[in-house]
Design a protein around this ligand. Structure first.
Ligand code: UD1
Length: 325
C-alpha cells in the first residue's frame, strides 16, 4: 500500500517507516521537524516537510494516490499538557480533525492512530484491559480519548476504517540499529537514563521511592519500539483485508520499576549513572501494566523484544556513540 506517515521523522514514526518498507509498503513521510529529525529519514522514502495545522499541506500530500494514513504527529508530554492545554488542543485535536477531513476529501479510507494508555488514568485494576474505565489524569490523555471518539463517528458516518493503538511506555531503539536520531529534550525515563550514562546530563532524578511496588519506585509496562512498529503494519493489513475498526492496548504485559531499568543501564553500559531520589511527580500512578490479549487475538501481535536487557541494550548502542569523553 501507499502509506502517508504523519510524524514519520519522529522517534516512533521512524521505526514504523522501517517496518512498513520491510513489509513491502511504499512510504511517504510528512513531518514538520518540530520533534522529528532528518537523521530519521531513510533511503526509499518520500519526504514532505509539512504541518497538520495546514490543511493545504495535507491535501497536497494525499493527492498522490495515498491509500492509508498513520498518524503520529502529536505532542506527548503529559506534564506540559496541563500547563499549556491550548497547544495540545490545537495540535492534537484540531490537527487530527484536519487530517480526518483531508482523508475524507481525498477518499483515503484506512487510518492508524497513536493513542495512549493515558486514556485510562489512575488504574482501578491491573492488568488494564481495553474495557477499563477511561478517566484521563492529564490533558494529553484527554486529547487521545477525544480523538478515539471522533474516529468512531467518522467510521459510522464516513466509512473510515481505523485502528487506535493505545501504547503503554514506548522504549528502546531499532533492533537492527538503523535509527540513530535522538529525541530532543526527552522527559521519559529511558532516554533520560541514557543521557546520564552518555555524560549528556549529570544525574537521574528518581521521582519517588515510597510507592507500594517491588522496590518503592514507579512500575510501568515498557514496550519495545520495534514491537510497536510491527503492530502498526499488522493493524494496517488487518484494515486493508476489510476487517472492522479496532481499539487495542499495546504493552508487554510485564512491569519494570525505575530502579530495575537503572540497574540494567548501569550493568549494560558499564557507566556509573548517578541517581538521586526526589519527590513524587504529580499525576504518576504507582503501577501501570497492560493486558494485551485483544491485540494478540485480532492482530496476532505480541511483544517480542520488550525484555529489560533488549530495551536498554538497543538504546545504549545509539547513545554511546554520542558519549562525551
Ligand atoms: C507518560 C504517559 C504516557 C505517554 C508517555 C509519553 C501517563 C499516565 N502516561 O508515561 O501515556 O505516552 O508519558 O511521554 O500520562 N521517571 C523518573 N525520572 C525521570 C523520568 C521518569 O523517575 O526523569 C519515572 C516516572 O515517575 C515513572 C517512570 O519513570 O514511574 C516512567 O515515566 P515516563 O517515562 O515519564 O512515562 P509515563 O509518565 O509512564
Amino acid at each position: 500500500m501507499k502509506v502517508l506517515v504523519l510524524g514519520g521523522a519522529g522517534y516512533i514514526g521512524s521505526h514504523v517507516c522501517l517496518e512498513l518498507m520491510e513489509a513491502g509498503h511504499s512510504v511517504c513521510v510528512f513531518d514538520n521537524l518540530s520533534s522529528g529529525t532528518r537523521d530519521n529519514l531513510f533511503a526509499g522514502e518520500k519526504f514532505i516537510e509539512g504541518d497538520i495545522m495546514n490543511p493545504s499541506d495535507l491535501a497536497a500530500a494525499m493527492a498522490d494516490g495515498i491509500e492509508a494514513v498513520i498518524h503520529m504527529a502529536a505532542f506527548k508530554a503529559a506534564g506540559e499538557s496541563m500547563e499549556a492545554p491550548e497547544k495540545y488542543a490545537r495540535n492534537n485535536i484540531s490537527g487530527t480533525i484536519n487530517v480526518l477531513n483531508a482523508m475524507t476529501a481525498a477518499g483515503v479510507r484506512y487510518f492508524v492512530f497513536s493513542s495512549s494508555a493515558a486514556v485510562y488514568g489512575e488504574p482501578e485494576y491491573l492488568p488494564i484491559d481495553e474495557k477499563h474505565p477511561k478517566n484521563p489524569e492529564n490533558f494529553y490523555g484527554y486529547t487521545k480519548l477525544e480523538i478515539e471518539g471522533l474516529l468512531a463517528w467518522y467510521d459510522k458516518l464516513k466509512g473510515l476504517k481505523y485502528a487506535a493503538l493505545r501504547y503503554f511506555n514506548a522504549a528502546g531503539y531499532d533492533i537492527q540499529n538503523r535509527v540513530t536520531g535522538l529525541e530532543k529534550n526527552p522527559a521519559n525515563l529511558l532516554p533520560v537514563i541514557m543521557e546520564v550514562a552518555a555524560g549528556m546530563r549529570s544525574e537521574l532524578k528518581i521521582f519517588g521511592d515510597d510507592y507500594d511496588t517491588v522496590d518503592g519506585t514507579g512500575v510501568r509496562d515498557y514496550v519495545h519500539v520495534t514491537d510497536l512498529a510491527k503492530a502498526h503494519v499488522s493493524a494496517l493489513e488487518h484494515l486493508a483485508r476489510g476487517r472492522d475498526s479496532l481499539v487495542v492496548n499495546l504493552g508487554s504485559e510485564e512491569g519494570l520499576s525505575v530502579k530495575q531499568i537503572l540497574e540494567a543501564a548501569r550493568r549494560l553500559s558499564g557507566q556509573a549513572v548517578p541517581a538521586v531520589t526526589v519527590a513524587r511527580r504529580p499525576g504518576d500512578p504507582a503501577k501501570l501494566v497492560a493486558g494485551s490479549a485483544r491485540a494478540k487475538e485480532l492482530l496476532g501481535w505480541q511483544a517480542e523484544h520488550s525484555d529489560v536487557d533488549t530495551l536498554v541494550r538497543t538504546s545504549w548502542q545509539v547513545y554511546k556513540s554520542r558519549m562525551k569523553s
